[in-house]
Ligand binder design. Structure first.
Ligand code: 8YV
Length: 312
């Protein structure tokens, strides 16, 4: 009996390949044009665009399984119209992504990456207590934009740093307010009060460009922006201007728009800009759990069974 045909958008990590071995026939995305009509599964690994047009070209498609929680690159409505379930991997990556948000926050506030560059460089020949003063983290004010699963984990971590925690969310979260010392604020209030602003919202039409010129203007000149959500939540041009003109203190981002940034982008030359290459969930343990859940979603969909974790 032939194995179900699955298309993937790039070479998969060995642990995922091991899980799929003997169960499916894997085809790489560029080879998609041949044999499209027999593709039964779509496994999205590195956020490829899956639009209505692509879905329409796959008449036998039974399931889309995404390696990751964010599905902004997939046209969910188009999949639903065709009755194709879409699986994702929420929850299991909350801790790793919240850790990453804290790592970026600490790095930016205490100039860690800049300090590392300096400590390795040729000009570090004397210790000087006057150099590279950062901004305090403990007892500062944190503003979390998007108090969902990851944002809540960020709040839990911030408690240990004695931070005052504000949050902004589409809906107020009384159940979280009951167990964590978080206070609801309007976006304007949060932007004006927070020393550290952490973005943990999904990318949707409402959150695209959420932080632009007007929002940077409302922030304190000592504020630091941390983005572990999606690049397009922040207007890149406005961010560049805010950092260049020192309208805010710093930014530390795990995601950019575009991603990656062009190698000659002015942001990459700024000392007050810290960037990582989308590492939010990139730990061995979390990525293993993501591999298992995404493969379980894929296999269930191929068998016509309910997905363990279905987003649409
Ligand atoms: C992954 C992510 O790195 O889950 C998400 O939405 O952005 C990350 O956890 C990504 O999905 C894998 O490409």
């Amino acid at each position: 009996m032939s194995l179900p045909r699955v298309v993937v958008d790039g070479p998969l990590a060995p642990n995922i390949l091991r899980l799929l071995e003997g169960q499916v026939e894997i085809h790489l995305w560029p080879a998609l044009d041949a044999g499209l009509e027999h593709v039964q599964g779509l496994y999205t690994y590195g956020h490829p665009r899956v639009d209505a047009e692509l879905i329409a070209r796959l008449p036998e498609l039974r399931v889309i399984s995404n390696f990751g929680v964010g599905v902004d690159h997939i046209d969910l409505a188009a999949a639903t119209r065709r009755g194709i379930p879409v699986g994702n991997t929420p929850d299991i990556l909350n801790g790793a992504t919240a850790d990453m948000a804290m790592a970026l926050l600490l790095a930016a506030g205490r100039r860690l990456v800049e300090g590392d560059r300096y400590a390795r460089g040729p000009t570090f020949v004397h210790y000087d207590p006057g150099y590279m003063l950062g901004r305090e983290i403990h007892h500062s004010t944190l503003g979390i934009v998007g108090l969902g699963r990851i944002g809540t984990e960020v709040a839990r971590r911030a408690v240990g740093f004695d931070m005052t925690i504000l949050y902004h969310n589409r809906h107020r979260r009384p159940e979280i307010e009951a167990v964590l010392p978080v206070r609801y604020a309007s976006l304007a209030e949060l932007l004006a009060e927070a020393d550290y602003i952490v973005l943990t919202v999904p990318l949707t039409p409402e959150t695209r460009g959420l932080i632009g010129r007007a929002e940077f203007a409302q922030m304190k000149p000592t504020a630091t922006l941390i983005n572990v959500a999606r690049g397009p939540v922040v207007d890149t041009e406005a961010l560049t201007e805010a950092l260049l003109r020192r309208r805010i203190y710093a930014a530390a981002v795990d995601v950019t728009d575009p991603e990656p940034l062009p190698r000659d982008h002015p942001l990459l030359r700024l000392e007050n800009f810290t960037v990582t290459p989308h590492l939010g969930s990139a730990t061995e343990q979390t990525r293993q759990r993501m591999a298992e859940l995404s493969v379980a979603n894929l296999m269930a969909g191929l068998r016509g069974e309910p997905l363990p974790c279905r987003v649409a």
